[in-house]
Design a binder for this molecule. Structure first.
Ligand SMILES: [Fe+2]
Ligand SMILES: [Fe+2]
Length: 192
């Protein structure tokens, strides 16, 4: 672990509650394992994992205020479902507060909940690690997706998106249009 990562880890522990910090460590180590499997730089995967939920425990009012301050543009779904904001805002805070200059890490944080069409390997790793880290237990097909993640990452990403859309539909929850776009993209790749 570099000095930078070590110091960010300390800061993250202070801004997250206990459960969120445990989840964050789970994502960081899972991302590092996937990075080993797919030949991505470990340090960057670990750092992106550490930072992915850095804005999660900020109260909603403050989230909106910080978005105004840093000119983070929000879509209609994010305005109605503030829990979605933590991804975009977290990416901005990674740059402004934690000094991250690596665009791929910033984007991995930005798209960790919705994914996006044409994700880089690192983006797919964070998206997947967030879903499969050992502390997660409530998603459907989790064992299958965990195995699949280390066999075929695109297939795992597609399955996660499919299950997420299904889950949001049955719960009648708002769906960020980007989640649907990402699913269409990856499902399309798999059919071709
Ligand atoms: Fe998150
Ligand atoms: Fe997360």
């Amino acid at each position: 672990m570099t000095e930078e990562t070590r110091s960010i880890k300390k800061k993250i522990k202070k801004v997250l509650d206990k459960d969120r910090y445990q989840h964050t460590l789970g994502v960081a180590y899972t991302a590092a394992s996937l990075a080993m499997r797919y030949g991505v730089d470990l340090e960057r995967a670990f750092l992106a994992g550490l930072l992915h939920d850095c804005a999660k425990n900020i109260p909603n009012d403050d989230k909106f205020q910080l978005c105004r301050k840093y000119k983070v543009k929000l879509n209609d779904v994010e305005k109605k479902a503030p829990y979605l904001i933590h991804a975009k805002l977290g990416a901005t805070l990674a740059e402004k507060l934690y000094g991250v200059k690596d665009d791929e890490i910033v984007n991995a944080i930005k798209y960790h909940t919705t994914g996006r069409p044409g994700m880089t390997l690192l983006e797919k790793i964070i998206f997947t690690a967030d879903y499969i880290e050992p502390g997660r237990s409530n998603a459907q097909n989790l064992n299958e997706i965990r195995q699949l993640s280390f066999i075929d990452l695109d297939a795992a990403v597609t399955k996660i998106l499919y299950d997420t859309l299904q889950y949001l539909e049955t719960k009648d929850q708002l769906i960020d249009p980007m989640t649907q776009m990402t699913y269409d993209y990856y499902a399309g790749i798999r059919i071709k």
